[in-house]
Design a protein around this ligand. Structure first.
Ligand code: ATP
Ligand code: MG
Length: 583
């Protein structure tokens, strides 16, 4: 193996610590230079943005080093696992890595199944730890024969007592010195269903005085009569997570087993199993998990949000699940760019949610076609246009990308503008519409406000303006608008952070993270007025509504001719900054 850095990257300083470890391993010829990573979810919930980071990291390393990547379910806990979770995880992983690294043109959004994946990296079928149950059992028998494991009769409560604490060593189980023959016989009977649930365990014989509690004779097998989503009722004993995880890595030939920091204390155990069994020994490397402001990331809490109906489901667009982000309008490219940008660290920290929003804005700014949509309409009558008269205007689909074409938009005597684009008592710096003032209508011309019509309560109900098609005059403000008789009335959903505080997990005494929910995280507008071309907007596609944000056609609630729009994000800057000088 050449000691040189891999092709295409000679800046060691810019390489993260995991890349540097792999560089060194390859230079030393370890694993014959092979790189094989995996993403090992437990199928007990939907994936979230933290998992996306782990997938991008593992998949990215396999890709960078021309290696392999496995999706493997660590399905050792039959009680909490369901096929629904397996299916959603496979689908989300495929969605996230589809086309990874390719330079793509505009994405026709929708199911990633239509996009190309990289078969050399992703094995099309996921792996399952439960497929290794026979091998794991055989290895347990080997450990017993080697005097490294024993059957223990302590109850769960007794075992806790015997385990000791961070400051006190543990005590040996009274069964620790059973003979090999007795252990083999009892373990066989455990498997055959001769004992009651939880009445016995198989434990590794390591060291009850170890400063690392994970090394104090950890449990390898428990008795539990539970139906498993894949092995059915074949087993009434199930291996522990720790006993299963590393050996599954080993069986698959994983070279670098990358996990989050909380597993650092488990690494000696991971190494112990591989060493004592004399099997292929992957290297466990820990990195800091992703935490985001205004978010909770624990599966248990996400499940609670769903079950207690604080959100509409795992795919609620306010959820930071991959499902939720997809339905919000996030693209795999934006999520991968986000994961790349935040980097890989050895110490826990919290990333500002704004980084995630920036990533999707940047992506959609490039590829989302523009359209006009008025979220909170105010009627404007252009008094010098005739009833029934329609002026057809041409509007570019992307101001910097003529190749994205243009569309026709109708201008009529009655139009809608945004309520907030008019102010009766306007401050000096207000460059939108005010009484006697002028403003430019995007793509159309200039209007002057001659008259403000109000209802009995004094609320502004209509503006009467004169229209001037001359574009050449200088007018400071430009606003969006929609023809009233041609408008599509649609439902538009605006989202804010699901939680109202930066660190929702940090709840005062007697409160929980649920008390930190933001009561205004969803606003549903039923009467948005959208330009008529949007009647044909396909579910699963994105648009920039000029000045108001990026919107995604909801794939669940939209009907033909009647799309529902979810706001993916607002625009960062004012419209003129974002788009250059408008027409
Ligand atoms: P739990 O163990 O509480 O059920 P988990 O989030 O650890 O939840 P797993 O299914 O075990 O769920 O996670 C699969 C992989 O994703 C693991 O390798 C884990 O380290 C990684 N992972 C989970 N959460 C994050 C996160 N916030 N940031 C980065 N990686 C994560
Ligand atoms: Mg876990």
């Amino acid at each position: 193996m050449s000691p040189d850095a891999p092709a295409g990257n000679d800046k060691t300083a810019s390489r993260n610590f995991i890349q540097q470890i792999i560089d060194a391993d390859r230079a030393a010829g370890k694993n014959a230079g092979r790189v094989h990573t995996r993403f090992p979810p437990e199928p007990n919930g939907y994936l979230h943005i933290g998992h996306a980071k782990s997938i991008c990291l593992n998949f990215g390393l396999a890709k960078e080093f021309g290696g392999k990547f496995n999706l493997r379910f660590d399905d050792t806990n039959p009680a909490k696992e369901e096929q629904e979770y397996v299916d959603s995880i496979v689908d989300d992983v495929n969605w996230l890595i589809a086309g990874f690294g390719e330079t793509e043109g505009f994405r026709v959004q929708g199911s990633a199944k239509t996009s190309s994946t990289e078969p050399s990296l992703l094995n099309p079928e996921p792996f399952f730890a439960s497929d290794y149950f026979d091998q794991l059992y055989a290895w347990a028998v080997q450990l017993i024969k080697d005097g490294k494991a024993y059957v223990c009769d302590l109850t769960a409560e007794q075992m806790r007592e015997y385990r000791g604490s961070l400051t006190a060593p543990g005590k040996d189980s009274p069964n620790r010195n059973r003979t090999v023959a007795e252990n083999l016989d009892l373990f066989e009977q455990m498997r055959a269903g001769k004992f009651a649930d939880a009445s016995r365990t198989l434990r590794a014989k390591i060291d009850m005085a170890s400063p690392n509690i994970n090394m104090r004779d950890p449990v390898l097998y428990r008795i539990k009569r539970a139906h498993h989503h894949r092995t059915g009722d074949k087993w009434c004993i199930y291996p522990s997570y720790d006993y299963t995880h590393g050996q599954s890595d080993s069986i698959e030939g994983i070279t670098h087993s990358i996990c989050t920091l909380e597993f650092e204390n488990h690494r000696p155990l991971y190494d112990w199993f591989c060493r004592e069994l004399g099997i292929h020994h992957p290297q466990q490397i820990e990195f800091a998990r992703l935490n985001l402001t205004y978010a909770v990331m624990s599966k248990r809490k996400l499940l609670q949000l769903v079950q207690e109906k604080h959100v509409t489901g795992w795919d609620d667009p306010r959820m930071l699940t991959i499902r939720g982000l997809r339905r919000r309008g996030y693209t795999p490219e934006a999520m991968r760019a986000f994961c790349e940008r935040i980097g890989v660290a050895k110490f826990n920290s919290t990333i500002d949610m704004a980084w995630l929003e920036d990533a999707i804005r940047e992506d959609l700014n490039e590829r989302a076609p523009r359209a006009m949509g008025v979220l909170r309409p105010l009627k404007v009558v252009l008094t010098n246009l005739k009833e029934g008269e329609t002026i057809e205007l041409d509007a570019p689909n992307h101001p910097q990308k003529p190749e994205m074409g243009s569309r026709k938009i109708p201008l009529t005597r009655e139009i809608y503008i945004e309520q907030e684009d008019f102010m009766e008592e306007a401050p000096k710096k207000f460059f939108r519409l005010k009484p006697e003032g002028e403003v430019r209508l995007r793509c159309a011309g200039i209007i002057k406000c001659d008259e403000v019509v109000k209802d009995a309560a004094g609320k502004v109900t209509e503006l009467r303006c004169t229209f001037d098609p001359d574009h050449s005059r200088k007018v400071k403000g430009t606003i969006h608008w929609v023809s009233a008789p041609n408008a599509l009335t649609a439902e538009v959903r605006l989202y804010d952070h699901l939680f109202g505080v930066e660190n929702p997990d940090n709840a005062p005494e007697g409160k929980t993270f649920l008390d930190n929910l933001n009561p205004n995280s969803l606003e549903i507008l039923k009467d948005a007025k959208l330009e008529p071309s949007l009647k044909k907007a396909k579910p699963g596609t994105s648009f920039q509504f000029e000045r108001t944000g990026y919107f995604y056609v909801d794939p669940v609630d939209s009907k033909p001719g009647q799309p529902v729009f979810n706001r993916t994000s607002t625009l960062r800057d004012s419209w003129t900054k974002e788009q250059g000088t408008p027409a």
